[in-house]
Design a protein. Sequence first.
Length: 153
Amino acid sequence: MLAGRNGVGKFILGGGQVRQEIIIDGKNFDDMEGFYCEIEKLLTKDLGWKIGRNLDAFNDVLRGGFGVHEYGEPIKIIWKNFKKSKKDFGYEAIIRQYEYILAHPHPFTDIDYVQSKLLDAKNGVGETLMDVLVEIITSNDPGHKNCMLEILD
């Protein structure tokens, strides 16, 4: 690992490829606003504007080009205090997320789908907000996003 500051460093992959290493610490936030502030602090720099406070914007920031890594550059996210975040971002958090989406729908929002997911979450089934965040981090778009996730409790 090469030295880094503010939770960002680099480590060397096979063949000499460098991968950014980003350390997210669940102790630094307990809700989505705090999470977005943490992501902004870690993944962006010198922006004259704040990143969007939504999951699509989070996905976009992971692709790079906003400060600490270039567009498509591989990164590794280390999530410390993951158990705390998993508790913070359980069913209650995804219910709040779906309710917010329904109150502020995008023109392309599938309202029926979101309502169905909201009902599932209220019944304690389906994905939690932490499941969604992990999926966003670990699903890679060829040529666009290349993220690894390491979980630390």
